[in-house]
Design a protein around this ligand. Structure first.
Ligand SMILES: Nc1ccn([C@@H]2O[C@H](COP(=O)(O)OP(=O)(O)OP(=O)(O)O)[C@@H](O)[C@H]2O)c(=O)n1
Ligand SMILES: C[C@](O)(CO)[C@H](O)COP(=O)(O)O
Length: 258
C-alpha cells in the first residue's frame, strides 16, 4: 500500500448551493415573421455564420454548460445537425437536436422532454439572442446554484411605458389608461435559468400562452429573481436589430483582432 497522503477532499458546496450539472435548451424553431421573408430566423446569417451557431457558442462558452439541446424548426432538424457538424464548437459540450413546435412554449417543452437525466439546472435561451456575453450566462447559473428556482437577466427600461386599452376598431387610436412606475419595471432577456424540477413542473401545469418561461414559474407561486442583463443580449426581432447585431459583432471582431 502506498504511503502517499490522500489528496484533500474537494471543497463542500456552501450550504444552499448545488454543483448540479447544467444544460441549455435553445428554442430555435420560430419563423422570424417580424424580421421579414427568408429562412427560419435562427438559420439566417449574422457575420456570415447562422444566428443559431452564435447562440450555441454563447451557451457553450460557459464552462458550466455541458449539454445544449437545440430545438430546430419542425422540418429543419436534419439541416441543424448538418450545421453542428460544419461549425467549430467546444468538444467538452454535448449536443442534441429535436424538432420544435408551433409556439415558443411548445418548443421549449419539446426540448425539456428530450433532456437526459443528470442535468438539474436548465437554461432556456432564445436562438434570437445570439450575442449574450458569457458573464451573463454565468451569473444566471450562479444564482440558480445559490438556490433560486428561477432567474432572469433584466435591464431597466429606457422609455416610459403606457398601458393602453385596445383600439375600438383597427386603425383607431388606443386610449392610454395608465403610466406604470418605470423604476419598478424591467425588460427581461435570456438565458433564463431554472432548477430543472421547477421548470418541468411549470411546463406540466401552466396551460396559458405565455411569452417567457419565468412567468410560468411565477404562476406556480414561486419567486423569480433577477440578475443584471446586458445590452448585447438583445433579441433580434426586426430588421434594425440585425443591423445592430452586425455592428456589435464587427466591433467584437475588431477588438479581438480578427
Ligand atoms: N414556434 C416557435 C416560435 C419561436 N421559437 C423560438 O423562440 C425564440 C424567441 O422567439 P421570437 O424572437 O419571437 O422568434 P419568432 O417566433 O421566430 O419571431 P416572429 O414572432 O417574428 O415570427 C426564437 O429563438 C425562436 O426561434 C421556437 O423555438 N418555436
Ligand atoms: C423570452 C423572451 O425573450 C424574454 O424577453 C421574450 O419574451 C420572447 O418573446 P417573443 O415575442 O416570443 O420573441
Amino acid at each position: 500500500m502506498s504511503d502517499d497522503p490522500l489528496p484533500p477532499p474537494p471543497p463542500a458546496p456552501a450550504p444552499g448551493r448545488t454543483t448540479a450539472r447544467t444544460a441549455a435548451v435553445i428554442p430555435a424553431a420560430g419563423r422570424g415573421v417580424r424580421l421579414g421573408p427568408g429562412a427560419p430566423k435562427a438559420l439566417r446569417p449574422l457575420g456570415g455564420t447562422p444566428m443559431l451557431i452564435h447562440a450555441i457558442r454563447a451557451m457553450a462558452a460557459s464552462r458550466a454548460v455541458s449539454l445544449v439541446v437545440v430545438v430546430a424548426p419542425p422540418d429543419g432538424a436534419a439541416e441543424v445537425r448538418t450545421l453542428l457538424d460544419a461549425y467549430a464548437l467546444p468538444e467538452r459540450t454535448d449536443f442534441l437536436v429535436v424538432p420544435g413546435g408551433g409556439s415558443r412554449q411548445e418548443s421549449v417543452k419539446l426540448g425539456l422532454d428530450a433532456l437526459p437525466t443528470g442535468y438539474d439546472i436548465v437554461l432556456v435561451h432564445d436562438a434570437a439572442r445570439p450575442l449574450v456575453p458569457v458573464d451573463t450566462v454565468d451569473a444566471v447559473i450562479e444564482a440558480v446554484r445559490d438556490g433560486a428556482p428561477a432567474v432572469v437577466p433584466a435591464l431597466p427600461l429606457a422609455d416610459t411605458v403606457k398601458q393602453v386599452e385596445p383600439a375600438a376598431a383597427p386603425g383607431d387610436p388606443e386610449p392610454v389608461v395608465a403610466t406604470p412606475d418605470r423604476s419598478l419595471l424591467r425588460a427581461v432577456q435570456t438565458p433564463q435559468g431554472f432548477d430543472r424540477a421547477t421548470l418541468v413542473r411549470a411546463h406540466g401545469t401552466v396551460t396559458d400562452d405565455v411569452t417567457d418561461d419565468a412567468s410560468m414559474v411565477e404562476q406556480l407561486g414561486l419567486t423569480v429573481v433577477t440578475v443584471p442583463g446586458h445590452e448585447e443580449a438583445f433579441k433580434v426581432t426586426r430588421p434594425l436589430d440585425l443591423v445592430l447585431a452586425e455592428a456589435v459583432l464587427a466591433r467584437r471582431r475588431l477588438n479581438d483582432g480578427f
